[in-house]
Design a protein around this ligand. Structure first.
Ligand SMILES: Cc1cc2nc3c(=O)[nH]c(=O)nc-3n(C[C@H](O)[C@H](O)[C@H](O)COP(=O)(O)OP(=O)(O)OC[C@H]3O[C@@H](n4cnc5c(N)ncnc54)[C@H](O)[C@@H]3O)c2cc1C
Length: 270
């Protein structure tokens, strides 16, 4: 499992990274924590000729507030997100989701920008962003734009980001004190979710129940109509299209979505 040969450039700034992306086009890939890209390269599912390393860019890391929103820089590591007092106070679901990613080594290298850009439908942070009704900031040659989480994730490992754009920051509404629930069903500690559910303030997001993180719209509508958590949860799998693999078949995943949604709505975590 040795990657194809590639060149490596450490970007000195966001502007430098964007210039390198423009120069190398489709031959280049951004490198953040490397915990999704390098496995893909070792399997030769990705063969970039140039890696542009943004993992060390301090200007893209850290957490701050902007009015009613929490702003998280793209190269913020999962471990720093999970430990941040600000995130734990203002968007505790996001901090908890970061604490659920893989194991300590992965959480100390992997970044929120890398996880969202990679857009694995089983991943923790994309589901959390959808549940929180957050958005991402993208920067490209034409300037910056903000894309809501609902629009950003488009399909299986597919996002609305263009190859010459860079995800610079993540925004989520500040929600201190709002009840939330997070459920991740795994066979072993540190695994990816067989099914995941994140719920906050009437929004419910599902991981691994389709090609991208999904909203459980029927369950949300039932809740909005006054249904109890148990009644709403019965609709959690409506409209989903889960996969069938060695970990779980489709019907079992649908069952899990219903059970985990009830637990998440009852604001149980873990
Ligand atoms: C053994 C193992 C277990 C894991 N378990 C889990 C888990 O339980 N839950 C979970 O959610 N994840 C899990 N992960 C994935 C982990 O969270 C990764 O850190 C994450 O998916 C990718 O982040 P990264 O910073 O490592 O990105 P990289 O691997 O560096 O990059 C991933 C992709 O995103 C692009 N990219 C990176 N940053 C940007 C940016 N700012 N703008 C535009 N494009 C960008 C890269 O070009 C690449 O295509 C696991 C990974 C491993 C290896």
């Amino acid at each position: 499992m040795i990657p194809a040969q590639f060149d490596y450039v450490a970007a000195e700034s966001t502007a430098h990274a964007l210039a390198l992306l423009a120069e190398h086009g489709d031959d280049a890939k951004l490198l953040a924590g490397g915990h999704s890209l390098l496995p893909m390269m070792k399997l030769r599912l990705a063969q970039p000729e140039v890696l542009i390393d943004i993992g060390g860019l301090a200007e893209l890391a850290g957490v701050s507030t902007d009015g009613g929103e929490l702003v998280v820089g793209a190269t913020t590591r999962h471990a720093d997100l999970a430990a941040s007092e600000l995130v734990r106070a203002e968007a505790p679901l996001l901090a908890y989701a970061a604490s659920q990613v893989g194991d300590p080594q992965i959480r100390h290298r992997g970044t929120i920008g890398g996880s969202l850009s990679h857009a694995d439908p089983a991943a923790d942070l994309p589901m959390a962003l959808v549940a929180l009704g957050g958005s991402v900031e993208l920067q490209g040659p034409g300037g910056s734009r903000t894309v809501s989480a609902d629009d950003f994730f488009q399909g299986f490992f597919e996002t609305a980001m263009q190859p010459d754009e860079l995800l610079t920051a993540v925004r989520v509404p500040r929600r201190p004190g709002v009840p939330w629930g997070y459920q991740k069903f795994v066979r072993r500690a540190n695994d990816w979710a067989i099914v995941g559910v994140a719920a906050v303030d009437g929004r419910i997001a599902l991981a691994n129940m389709g090609p991208k993180p999904l909203r459980a719209m029927a369950a949300e509508a039932a809740l909005a109509g006054g249904a109890s958590a148990a009644e709403a949860a019965r609709h959690a799998a409506d409209g989903t299209s889960p996969g069938d693999d060695m970990h779980a078949d489709r019907e079992y995943r649908r069952h899990l979505a219903r059970v985990l949604t009830r637990r998440a709505l009852e604001h149980e975590t873990g």
